[in-house]
Design a protein around this ligand. Structure first.
Ligand code: PLP
Length: 372
């Protein structure tokens, strides 16, 4: 949809894109300066495969300070975006026919990566009435002898679901009963958590499960650094080492200059994050109120990330039950969104509110007119 919106825009159409998954804020200037200085200082060559010691130390600081996870440089890996960490973890562990439980609606790459690794996707459906969260009993009902992983993404893309500590603790009890299950905790949106209180994550809450949890993070979403392609993961040594083998024989190290920029991002000032979070929270409130005021559309209030997952069930008859047609209809009216079915959901669409309040207000009035 983003490509299609760009093509229409290049053809002269006025399109507001609510389809992209990256912050609209500029990368902080001190990060850009660090990248320039690093290039001048010769950061243009290979680095150790799993990242420079400077960035691994910064990653340890980040996991401890921002996620409350005690780790060390032997238990972290720097990857080419958070995406590569997830891909490597699955490729290193999933054998033909192994099952991976993926809560749906899901981030599009999870099921594709599972299938690429030869695994079987076991969808765990979540619903708007539950703020798109599953409970411990829901996941236990799906666990079998071939279950290899449970994917956990909080705050989540595409629904903004956030799991509080008490829900995670109940899920942990289930995991203790099923020792064959690993957990991939994708916390890449952790700084964009709008709930009061600290971000809750399994590796912090349950150190006894540390040997089975890979926590994925990065700087893409938190520091508006999507193009630098730096991800971070913390987990058991046996898994980090297996991921290193894959990385060593595929991409090799992440770009040296990007690693230097990520050190500046993680060790430099973090105070701008509170402003960004506040700005996202205002946009969220604007979009949620706007969507719920349009007849036929509804959404719960997402607690994190920068997405609103909209239900359009009452309107689907007009689009032959196909939410891709609904998304194309909205594009015709100047707004690019992504259909719910692209995320394993149905009868709706995802809005990314990583754009200005003025653009969001205009987009909401176009959506309203398009569906009137
Ligand atoms: N995990 C989730 C849930 C995401 O939405 C994304 C990016 O869209 C990623 C991981 C990957 O981020 P990166 O750009 O660091 O590879």
């Amino acid at each position: 949809m983003t490509d299609r919106a760009t093509a229409l825009r290049e053809a002269g159409r006025d399109i507001i894109s609510l389809s992209v998954g990256e912050p609209d804020f500029a990368t902080p200037p001190h990060v850009i300066e660090a990248a320039k200085a690093a290039m001048d200082a010769g950061a243009t060559k290979y680095t150790p495969v799993t990242g420079t010691m400077a960035l691994k130390k910064a990653a340890v600081l980040h996991f401890q300070r921002d996620l409350g996870i005690a780790t060390d440089t032997d238990h972290v890996i720097v990857t080419v975006g958070g995406k590569q960490a997830i891909f490597e973890a699955l490729m290193a562990t999933v054998s033909e026919g192994d099952e991976v439980i993926v809560p749906s609606p899901w981030w599009v790459s999870y099921p594709q990566m599972v299938r690429f690794a030869g695994g079987r996707v076991v969808p765990l459906r979540t619903h708007a009435k539950d703020n798109f969260r599953f409970d411990a009993a829901d996941v236990e009902a799906l666990i079998g002898p071939r279950t290899q992983w449970l994917m956990l993404n909080s705050p989540g893309n595409p629904t903004g679901a956030v799991y509080p500590a008490d829900m995670l603790l109940r899920i942990a009890d289930v995991l203790r009963r099923h020792p064959q299950v690993l957990v991939l905790s994708d916390d890449i949106y952790a700084p964009l958590n709008f709930t009061d209180g600290p971000h809750a994550t399994l590796a912090n809450l349950c150190p006894d499960l540390a040997n089975r949890i890979l926590t994925v993070s990065g700087v893409s979403k938190s520091h508006a650094m999507t193009g630098f392609r730096i991800g971070l993961a913390s987990g058991p040594k046996w898994l980090i080492q297996a991921m290193e083998v894959l990385q060593s024989n595929s991409t090799g190290n992440p770009a040296a200059v990007s690693q230097a920029a990520a050190v500046a991002a993680l060790e430099g000032p973090q105070d701008f994050l509170a402003d960004w979070r506040e700005s996202f929270r205002r946009r969220r409130d604007l979009v949620v109120a706007g969507i719920n005021a349009i007849p036929g559309l509804s959404t719960p209030v997402p607690d994190g990330a920068f997405y609103v997952f909209v239900d359009a069930t009452p309107l689907m008859g007009r689009f032959g039950g196909d939410d891709n047609k609904l998304a194309l209809h909205l594009l015709e009216h100047g707004v690019a969104v992504v259909s719910a079915s692209a995320f394993g959901g149905r009868d709706g669409f995802r809005i990314s509110f990583a754009t200005s309040e003025a653009q969001l207000t205009e987009a909401l009035s176009r959506i309203k007119a398009a569906l009137a």
